[in-house]
Design a protein around this ligand. Sequence first.
Ligand code: GLU
Length: 442
Amino acid sequence: MNKVVTRIPPSPTGRLHIGTARTALFNYLFARHAGGSVVFRSEDTDRARSKKEYEDEIIEGLHWLGLSWDAFSRQSEHAPRHRELLEQIVAAGTAYVSKEESKMEKGKMVEVVRLKNPGRSITFHDEIRGDITFDSTELGDFVIARAIDDPIYHFAVVADDMDADITHVIRGEDHISNTTRQILIQEALGAPRPAYAHLPLILDEKRAKLSKRSGTVLSLHDYRDEGFLPEAMVNYVALLGWSPGTDEEHFSLAELVKRFTLEGVQKGGAAWNREKLLSVNQRWMRELSDTDFIARGALEAVDEKVLRRAVPLLKERTRTFDEARELLSGELSCLFSSPKFSREALVAKECGTPTKPLLQTLLVPLQDLPDNATPEIVKSVLMPLADAEEARGKGGRGALLWPFRYALSGQEKSPDPFTLVSLIGKEEALARVKKAIAILEE
Ligand code: GLU
């Protein structure tokens, strides 16, 4: 068999859609798995809708995912070649020029090029769906160029695929019905027929066709900005229609290259599932070293050291870097600035043993904590004080733990006091508890 060559031919008429990213990924995986190459072709012939900024975004997004290609071109650059091929097949008689009234402008005569349709049934083999047969008769002698220098999309695609020696066309199932026309054009050009594989539709969470209306975020860059990792997007998107045939689900791009085959692609639609994507992303976030976690999440805080200590908590509780940033500026903001609190709030849960002497019992054990104590160590030292209060007083453990946690955080909601001590360090914890005691003394 010839060396495998696949193509990534997006139309730069909009932002990089997750469906486009999936098609690109599958073309990349299939080619790399086979030791073949990938051709990127910007299908920019729709002058009115194509924009350079969309092309840039698509390229940047695919690179962000880790995809690469071996050749790059723009369809618009192939215009002279398209004309040459059209003239060739008109000369050969497999297509002809027809003088007709323009469909766009009444009364205006144009010279369109029509394909001489042999009018027979066409069967092509789809690597995912098996044999597909269409009767081409009803297409008649269809138009392949609006003028000799203005080919329709189907002609441009077939000509470009032929010139790039494409062996496999892997694309969305919405292109199945285009395939008959494209095969007829191929035959007119005397081009070899590539293998076809039409990927299942991506559905939304309600199993309807993916669309803006379903509320699903469709732009790859929006996921990036929300703090999804490219490793997670690749991993998740690969599983939209492909499976390794086992229940394994954690794949890097390199592993996917090793494992990907078209046999693993399903026929039925693949439903987008944000919860699943979030859990895949969390798994990839957890695999990062603490340093990488901070760098790749672009996380910032006034105290680097405290931020570093908070990473395990962020890994445990957040599924995107947006969530991590939110936690840092919300519930965890108390780690970075000393809390403000009032006497009323400190004693809010006081019943029985007064709060001040309870807080005072913490001072010596806090001072004696080892540096960099883990939450477990802090808990093993301080919890017995709360247990003793439970045995003695009316307020239970909370009589100590609530003002303790509040003194450390100044917040209704925060991590438990042992975790807080471990994150801010014992000196800062001591200072905060002393400040609370001082307020109670006023
Ligand atoms: N430019 C087309 C699209 O974005 C690709 C067509 C094809 O793969 O043949 O849908």
